[in-house]
Write a protein that binds this ligand. Structure first.
Ligand code: A2P
Length: 309
C-alpha cells in the first residue's frame, strides 16, 4: 500500500499522487486525462493533483465521480488561478462547480504572484502593486476555511521560495499545510525543504521525474542505486523524495509506468545522501530549472519576476 504523510491539519496525504498537468491546454491533451486518470485510479492512485490553470477540472471531477471510489478515499488538490487572485471566493467556487464535487482536500495558491487578466501584469509581492499582496490573498484563503467549512479541508501554497514563504509567515494566521514545488535529484531545494520542515509545512514535489526527459535518467549514481535495488531510476527518484518526507505527483499516461511509480523501494540514509551529493558536489552536472521549462528567461511565458522569484 502507498505510504501517507500527516499534514498540520491532521489529514493524511498519500505519498504518491497523479499529476494532471497534461501540457498546453487546448491541444486536446485535457481529454487525455479522462482515460489516464481513470486508469490511475484503477491502478491504486488515491491522490490527484490538478489546478484551475490546467483547464481540466471538469474532466478530473467527472473521472472521480464515475470511478465508484468513495470520495473520502481520494485526496484531491486543486489550485487558485493567479488570474483570480482578486476574487478568491469566486475562484474557489468556480473550481468546486467545475469539479462537481462536495469538497477539495487541499486548495493552493498556484504561484506567489497574481496576474491581472487584462494585461498579464503581475502583482502580489509589494505594497502598492496593482492588486493585493500575497499576504492579503492568503488572508482570503484563511477565510475560506470558515466561510466554506467542509468544502475546503486544507489550504496551502505552491512555488513559494524561502523569500516568499518567510514573508507570508509574517502575517499568516494559518500556516500553509503544503508548499508544492518542483523537486527532483537535480533540484533538491535543501534549504527550502528544511524551512518547510521547521514550520510544519509538508512539501509536495511536482515534475518529480524532471518531466520524463531529464538527464538524471542516465545519471551514474542514480542508475547504480536503481541496479542495487533491481528497480528503475523513476522508482529510485520517487523513493528518494518520499524518504525525505516529500510526497510526489508524477504524471504518466502509460499504465505500466503508472504502476511502476507506485512501487517504492526503501533507500538507506547513505543512498539518500548520495543522491543529494550530486547537486552539492557538482553544480555542473545538474540543471537548476529544467531547460525545457525556462525559455528566454521565462517560464510558460512569464518572467521570473512575474512569478515572484
Ligand atoms: P508517460 O506518460 O509516457 O509515462 P513529470 O511527472 O516529472 O512531469 O514527468 C512526466 C513524464 O515522465 C511523462 O512524459 C511520462 O511519460 C514520463 N514518465 C512517467 N513515469 C515514468 C517512468 N516510470 N519512467 C520513465 N518516464 C516516466
Amino acid at each position: 500500500s502507498i505510504p501517507t504523510f500527516k499534514l498540520n491539519t491532521g489529514h493524511s496525504i498519500p505519498a504518491i499522487g497523479m499529476g494532471c498537468w497534461m501540457g498546453q491546454p487546448g491541444a486536446g491533451l485535457d481529454q487525455e486525462i479522462l482515460s489516464s486518470l481513470a486508469e490511475a485510479l484503477r491502478a491504486g492512485y488515491r491522490h490527484i493533483d490538478t489546478a484551475n490553470m490546467y483547464q481540466n477540472e471538469r474532466e478530473v471531477g467527472q473521472v472521480i465521480r464515475e470511478s465508484g471510489i468513495p470520495r473520502e478515499e481520494i485526496f484531491l488538490t486543486t489550485k487558485l488561478n493567479p488570474k483570480m487572485y482578486h476574487d478568491v471566493v469566486g475562484g474557489f467556487e468556480g473550481s468546486l462547480r467545475d469539479l462537481g464535487l462536495d469538497y477539495v482536500d487541499l486548495y493552493l495558491l498556484h504561484w506567489p504572484q497574481g496576474i491581472r487578466a487584462s494585461d498579464e501584469r503581475p502583482y502580489g509581492d509589494k505594497e502598492g502593486d496593482i492588486g493585493p499582496t500575497f499576504n492579503q490573498i492568503w488572508a482570503e484563503m484563511e477565510k475560506l476555511l470558515e466561510t466554506h467549512k467542509g468544502k475546503v479541508r486544507a489550504i496551502g501554497v505552491s512555488n513559494y521560495m524561502p523569500r516568499n514563504l518567510n514573508k507570508l509567515l509574517k502575517t499568516a494566521k494559518v500556516v500553509p499545510a503544503v508548499n508544492q514545488i518542483e523537486n527532483h535529484p537535480y533540484l533538491p531545494e535543501e534549504e527550502l525543504v528544511e524551512l518547510c520542515r521547521e514550520h510544519g509545512i509538508h512539501v509536495t514535489a511536482y515534475s518529480p521525474l524532471g518531466q520524463g526527459n531529464s538527464p538524471f535518467f542516465s545519471d551514474a549514481d542514480i542508475k547504480a542505486i536503481a541496479e542495487a535495488h533491481k528497480t528503475t531510476v523513476a522508482s529510485v527518484v520517487l523513493s528518494w523524495l518520499v524518504k525525505r518526507g516529500i510526497s510526489a505527483v508524477p504524471k504518466s499516461a502509460n499504465k505500466d509506468r503508472m504502476r511502476q511509480n507506485l512501487s517504492l523501494v526503501e533507500l538507506s540514509d547513505a543512498e539518500v545522501e548520495r543522491i543529494l551529493d550530486i547537486s552539492r558536489n557538482d553544480p555542473q552536472r545538474h540543471t537548476h530549472l529544467l531547460p525545457g521549462i525556462v525559455k528566454d528567461g521565462k517560464i510558460g511565458g512569464w518572467t521570473l519576476d512575474q512569478l515572484g522569484w
